[in-house]
Design a protein around this ligand. Structure first.
Ligand code: SAM
Length: 279
């Protein structure tokens, strides 16, 4: 069987007697028009391999296999999906690698070395909601950093990742993400696009690595400064950053000590991080 001879996803799920499990954050995309659109928005893939977290029934995987990525490496924690994914692997003629495991634990550098000749890897995933944010932090802070990412989150999380200063969604997650990558919401999806539908809408964020990514020390300092500043987001910085130097720190960074965290832009936070003394 080849990819275009595969039965529709719903039939495949039925044939394997598979139902979504809440514990694994399973909300499936069964419409290939939708998954192909996500794959288009996630590319280009020339010269790259793809890592997909949580292939589940394989709707997004099928779309990724149609791209010119050199390999598609999928990491699935729910072993019930392995027989179905094995059928997909056979239909994909060697392009698909199926790994059973927890994406929080896998070593992406080793996966790419073993299965894709060390090619740069792009990440594409309809993320399990319960581990979406920890996975994003893992990919932002390294040691392995993706060549680019297109990730489906709950809309509220997607908005926080791509938030700009002054918006209510602006906070730590967006600042850390945007210090490392450019971040843009590229697609919104209503809950009814998923089987079963989640309680909330979703959105895809595209993240591309910045050439001027801060050093690990500055990133660690940025995490400390943003934790303090947004831990008390209603307070002025001279008060919320008191333990890190308060007014003197703000003066050194050229940031208004009477401002609140939500109006300070990324360069301002990077200056505060540098002034607070990277380890
Ligand atoms: N990609 C499929 C789709 O779009 O229809 C399924 C997406 S579903 C939202 C999330 C998938 O991630 C499920 O297949 C689930 O079993 C898997 N998953 C959950 N936690 C995981 C983890 N820690 N590591 C790897 N996969 C995980």
């Amino acid at each position: 069987m080849t990819l275009d001879q595969l039965p529709p996803l719903r039939e495949t799920l039925d044939a394997h007697g598979l139902m979504a499990k809440k514990a694994f954050g399973q909300h499936f995309l069964l419409d290939l028009n939708v998954t192909r659109k996500i794959a288009r928005l996630a590319g280009p893939f020339e010269g790259c391999a793809v890592i997909e977290v949580g292939p589940g029934p394989g709707g997004l995987t099928r779309a990724l296999l149609e791209t010119d990525a050199s390999r598609v490496i999928v990491v699935e924690k729910d072993a019930r999906f392995l027989p179905l994914l094995e059928e997909l692997r056979e239909a994909a003629g060697g392009k698909l690698v199926v790994v059973e495991g927890d994406a929080l634990e896998v070593d992406e550098t080793a996966l790419l070395a073993q299965h894709a000749d060390g090619a740069p890897g792009r990440l594409v995933s309809n993320l399990p909601y319960n581990v979406g944010t920890p996975l994003l932090i893992k990919w932002l802070t390294g040691p392995w950093t993706p060549h680019g990412m297109a990730l489906m989150f709950q809309k509220e999380v997607a908005d926080r990742v791509a938030a700009r200063p002054g918006s209510s969604a602006y906070g730590r997650l967006g600042i850390i993400a945007q210090a490392v990558c450019t971040a843009r919401v590229v697609m919104d999806l209503p809950a009814r696009a998923f089987t079963p539908p989640p309680k909330v809408a979703s959105a895809v964020v595209r993240l591309e690595p910045r050439a001027d990514r801060p050093s690990a020390d500055i990133l660690a300092a940025l995490e400390r400064v943003t934790a303090a500043a947004f831990g008390q987001r209603r307070k002025m910085l001279r008060s919320s950053l008191k333990a890190l130097g308060g007014e003197a720190l703000c003066a050194q960074a050229g940031v208004d000590p009477n401002a609140r965290a939500e109006v300070i832009d990324l360069p301002g936070f990077l200056r505060l991080a540098a002034a607070s003394g990277a380890d």
